[in-house]
Design a protein around this ligand. Structure first.
Ligand SMILES: Cc1cc2nc3c(=O)[nH]c(=O)nc-3n(C[C@H](O)[C@H](O)[C@H](O)COP(=O)(O)OP(=O)(O)OC[C@H]3O[C@@H](n4cnc5c(N)ncnc54)[C@H](O)[C@@H]3O)c2cc1C
Length: 499
């Protein structure tokens, strides 16, 4: 057939999970792979951009979970590659909450409001724990109480629920790897880790990948799968055939209709996709001619209290990471993210400037440039990262990552403990490729056992999703509280820090 490329394994997506999966396969002698990536570069949600004279990270920015007993594997990679990082200290954000007249709330009021919010969140969690046996899957956003709140209460509620729940519940990332977070502030970008990884199994020269097995600008639109193999069709009509497929696209893409499956994926699989929330998390960068914000010690993070929840609430200046850059970053989430994605950047700039003038007075200069990432409208992402319900059904955890015949699934959303994180993506790439290697080994065994028998079915197609008995014994388990942001996930940052 014309235009058909054959390989042993196709990997869809060249983010950290896809590249890691490729590396593990290569290390185990499976070099006959093709990586199909929709974008024009590798990295996925590790996405740098030149802005205001420095490299900014539009996607993942922090290595979260450092300094504990176990070493975060992404921290290890960063050390090996000499990635420039910068410790993020949130412990003073609570002293920097501004009202709309530019006054900073007294720390006593902030403390009190914060403690009340934590108490309420804990009550809510207890209530949910009591209902643990029910099938209801509750998103963390629903934890946010709907009673009338003052601007400072709303700001704290936003920080607590959209950024951080560590004070209320332990999060595996911080329990396992430590409570510190480091901002990547390296001109080469966070994705430099991926290029270094790619070097070990793809042909690269001077930081560029020239290997023909990596195909950029290849948008997969259709996956045909059977007990004999997979056939992938891309948007422009290229065909790729293989024995197995590893699909690393985000949960948002899996919930969308970008890729169609023939035959359709079984219901247990699509239902599992539908049960995972998608978080939208947007870092808006602003460039100024000079700085007008306080830059002394403990001033890096500041908070704006507004009557609309999440309205340009969380700010960071970049002077510590990039001195002299005159950059500010404000983080929006979910509905606010979607709202600003739908409007022009000029309008978003106008809103941001109004907020800044409320905090710092009318005489501050206009920003000279703005960058507004659109993760929600990016059809290769459809959101920023997965957000598991607090109490998840064990079956859901199983179903999210279980293969369907010859189609294997990987990506941060398949990581039970570390979903939503870069290290979740990395570890899922290892897990999935190991599961595939095991399947390949079994297939080889089956083939040699069945010599002489033609067309012995290899594996059941679309087998039902059944778990090992020990899995189903406790059908419900408490999942990590979804950490929903990348600033101050550590307990310290909540109990004493953010506020
Ligand atoms: C704004 C933002 C901030 C974040 N902050 C942090 C942070 O500070 N710390 C942290 O640890 N994590 C953070 N994360 C999460 C982290 O970036 C992700 O968990 C991780 O990078 C996901 O890697 P992945 O390989 O699972 O998916 P991806 O990186 O999304 O890789 C999937 C790849 O599939 C490609 N693709 C999609 N559809 C198709 C198709 N049809 N055909 C071919 N290719 C396709 C995509 O282009 C992409 O390259 C953040 C994410 C975002 C968006």
């Amino acid at each position: 057939m014309e235009n058909l490329t054959r390989s042993s394994v196709i990997i869809v997506g060249a983010g950290i999970s896809g590249i890691t999966a490729g590396k593990i396969l290569a290390e185990n002698g499976v070099n006959d792979i093709i990586i199909l990536e929709a974008a024009d570069k590798i990295g996925g949600r590790l996405m740098k951009e030149q802005f205001g004279g420095v490299t900014v990270e539009l996607g993942a920015g922090w290595i979260a979970g450092v300094g504990g007993d176990q070493i975060n594997p992404v921290w290890e990679l960063a050390k090996q590659t000499g990635l420039q990082t910068y410790f993020s200290d949130y412990s003073h954000a609570r002293f920097n909450i501004y009202d709309h007249n530019g006054k900073i709330f007294p720390s006593g009021i902030a403390d009190e409001t914060y403690k009340k919010a934590v108490d309420e969140a804990m009550q809510e969690l207890k209530r949910q724990e009591a209902n643990e046996g029910s099938e209801n899957l509750i998103s963390s956003e629903e934890l946010s109480l709907s009673t009338e709140k003052t601007p400072i209460e709303l700001a704290i509620d936003f920080i607590l629920h959209d950024f951080e729940m560590a004070e209320v519940e332990p999060i595996s990332t911080y329990v396992d790897f430590g409570e510190m977070e480091f901002l990547v502030a390296d001109e080469r970008g966070y994705d430099h880790l991926l290029y270094k990884m790619a070097e070990s199994f793809l042909y690269t020269s001077e930081g560029e990948i020239f290997d023909n097995r990596l195909k950029l600008n290849k948008v997969v639109r259709e996956v045909q799968h059977s007990r004999n193999g997979v056939l992938v069709t891309t948007e422009e009509g290229s065909l790729y055939e293989a024995n197995y497929l590893i699909l690393s696209t985000s949960i948002g893409v899996l919930q969308s209709d970008l890729i169609s499956f023939k035959p359709s994926l079984p219901r247990w699989k699509t239902e599992a996709f539908g049960n995972i929330d998608i978080m939208v998390y947007t870092k808006i960068f602003l460039k100024f001619p000079y700085k007008f914000w306080p830059c002394g010690p403990n001033k890096e993070f500041f908070i704006y209290a507004h009557e609309r929840r999440g309205y340009f609430t969380f700010w960071q200046h970049m002077e510590n990471a990039y001195p002299g850059s005159n950059l500010l970053v404000v983080t929006l989430t979910n509905e606010e993210s979607k709202r600003i994605e739908a409007q022009s950047d000029e309008e978003t700039l106008r809103e941001a400037m109004e907020v800044l003038r409320n905090m710092f007075g009318p005489d501050i200069p206009n920003a000279t440039d703005i960058i507004v990432p659109r993760w929600w409208n990016n059809r290769f992402q459809c959101g920023s990262y997965s957000n598991y319900p607090i109490y998840v059904n064990r079956q859901l955890v199983h179903d999210i990552k279980a293969p369907v015949g010859r189609v294997f699934f990987t990506g941060e959303h398949t990581s039970e403990k570390f979903n939503g994180y870069v290290h979740g993506g990395y570890l899922s790439g290892i897990d999935t490729s190991k599961a595939l290697l095991e399947e390949m080994r079994k297939e080889k065994e089956r083939r040699s056992e069945s010599q002489g028998f033609l067309l012995q079915p290899l594996i059941p197609l679309q087998g039902s999703s059944t778990m090992a008995p020990e899995d189903s014994a406790s059908n419900l388990h408490k999942c990590d509280i979804p950490r929903q942001h990348f600033l101050g996930n550590c307990k310290l940052s909540l109990s004493e820090a953010i506020l």
